[in-house]
Write a new protein. Structure first.
Length: 194
C-alpha cells in the first residue's frame, strides 16, 4: 500500500530532492545523539569550545556564523536558514527557539507548501556574552546585542541593545546590565560558594 502512494504521480506533495535532503539531515541528527556535547558541535563545524546538548537541532548549519564557547541546550531549535550569527561565550538554553525564517504568510495565504513565495527569511544576530533563557523564542530578523540576558519564557519581537536584560511576551527591557550590577551579582555568587 505504501509503495502505491510513493509511486503515485498524483501525489502532489512528493518532492524527491527535498525529501532526500531532509532524510539525510534526519539521519545525521540521529547519528549525533550518542555523541558528547563537544563532538556534536564539532560534527557540524562549530568552533573551539562549542557544545550542543542532545535533542538540539541546528537548521541550515552552513548559514550559521558561530563564535567560540557557545552552548546550545537540550531541545533548542537554532534556525540559520535565513542567516544566523551567534557571538562568543553565548548560551542558548534548553528549549529555546531561534528563528531566521517564518512561514506565517504561507498559512494565511493558503499556500503552506515547501518553497512557496510567502516564506520570509531574515538574518538573526545574537551578540557575545549573551544568555538566552529557555524556553524563549527569538523571532526572525532580530538583533540581540552583546552582554544581554533574555529571561526565561520570553518572546523577543524587537531588537535588544547591548547590555540589556529583557523579559516577557513580548519581551521588554527590564534593566541595564552595567558593571555595578555585574559586581553585585558576582558577590552574591561568591557568598554562596563557601
Amino acid at each position: 500500500m505504501l509503495e502505491s502512494i510513493w509511486n503515485d504521480d498524483d501525489f502532489q506533495f512528493w518532492d524527491a530532492d527535498r525529501n532526500n535532503a531532509l532524510r539525510e539531515d534526519i539521519l545525521k541528527n540521529l547519528a549525533r545523539f550518542p555523541m558528547t556535547d563537544d563532538e556534536r558541535a564539532a560534527d557540524i563545524g562549530l568552533p573551539e569550545g562549542c557544545r550542543i546538548r542532545e535533542g538540539a537541532k541546528v537548521i541550515s548549519a552552513d548559514n550559521l556564523q558561530c563564535g567560540k564557547h557557545v552552548w546550545i541546550g537540550e531541545n533548542a531549535i537554532v534556525d540559520a536558514s535565513g542567516g544566523l550569527e551567534i557571538g562568543d561565550h553565548t548560551t542558548i538554553a534548553s528549549s529555546v527557539f531561534v528563528w531566521s525564517h517564518t512561514s506565517v504568510m504561507s498559512s494565511l495565504m493558503g499556500q503552506n507548501t515547501p518553497g512557496n513565495s510567502w516564506i520570509r527569511r531574515a538574518a538573526t544576530k545574537i551578540g557575545s556574552n549573551t544568555f538566552i533563557g529557555g524556553p524563549s523564542v527569538i523571532n526572525p530578523g532580530i538583533t540581540i546585542g552583546k552582554r544581554c540576558i533574555v529571561m526565561p519564557m520570553s518572546v523577543v519581537t524587537e531588537d535588544v541593545p547591548d547590555n540589556t536584560m529583557v523579559g516577557g511576551a513580548p519581551a521588554v527591557a527590564k534593566r541595564t546590565i552595567d558593571d555595578a550590577w555585574l559586581e553585585r551579582e558576582r558577590l552574591k555568587l561568591a557568598g554562596n560558594s563557601g
